[in-house]
Design a protein around this ligand. Sequence first.
Ligand SMILES: [Ca+2]
Length: 338
Amino acid sequence: MDSCAIGLKVGLIATQRNCLLQAGGLSMNFNLLIAGIVTCFFIITPVATGQVIVQEVPKAGESFRDCPDCPDMVVIPAGSFEMGSPGNEAGRFDNEGPVHHVTISHAIALGKTKITRGQFAAFVSTTGYNAGDKCWVFHGGNKWVENKDRSWRNPGYYQDDNHPVVCVNWNDAKAYVDWLSRKTGKQYQLPSEAEWEYSARAGTTTARYWGNSADQACGYANVADQTAQVQIPRTSSWTVHNCTDGFAHTSPVRSFNPNAFGLYDMIGNVWEWVEDSWHDSYNDAPIDGSAWHGDTQHVLRGGSWDDIPQISRMAARNRNEAADRFDDFGFRIERPLP
Ligand SMILES: [Ca+2]
């Protein structure tokens, strides 16, 4: 007999379950440990007298999509981690500290990949959304210029639909998740900065999720590498990674090894907008994984195809105004879970 379904006749078989019963605005939680072997999550929602719909919520590590053409999501388990970089991490910036203990108290689902050009195109096609007709593009050295002939449709270098969308600003990313929420009936949003770093580290404490060596980046990430220095003009001043990843600009989103949570490109390819506003340090930062609001500038994380080893680290941070579009800026989405 299924203990958590007493009176509801749902007939489920499992050894440990978290059941959420919602009825008439009243929510009750049942956490039933029976044998402690398998963890299953279910939502039980009465929709009419005597009728019950049971929907399984995926477990940590499982993947799902909310519609056939929706982004692939993977469930990230709840947990705690040390956010920021320690004082002895090579190349660190002061804005990566102080290191502080953060607890993510609920599992979340994160996009396995950055939102692709094809996924963004579907959003624009459906809604008629105007994502602008100019973009800051690489000019040489450390200089970018705003070019009115560039946009997510034509960033100035080759992309197909499996490359991450670029030339999108924070407002564009917010518009995308709002649209996907309406389309699916589920809540989508940008991850908080803390959720992003927790997910990127995936239990590691090294500077990069494959270890500390920048020279090993090319097995895991599309960064500023020898390919970029050969193929992109005016990059002779770059101190590139001492390896070859094969891509000068963006790469298809599943081209490299994922991290331990099954997330691709948490370093490199394109920067990812997160929900948080910019703060110069983590003094007084939230420790519960929530987004930290304030400044008009917003945070980007992960680095991109044009970033050198000092930037291509888990703790490195970037910022820009919400309206700014660059040819190395993109985003990844989150769906909170019950
Ligand atoms: Ca590269």
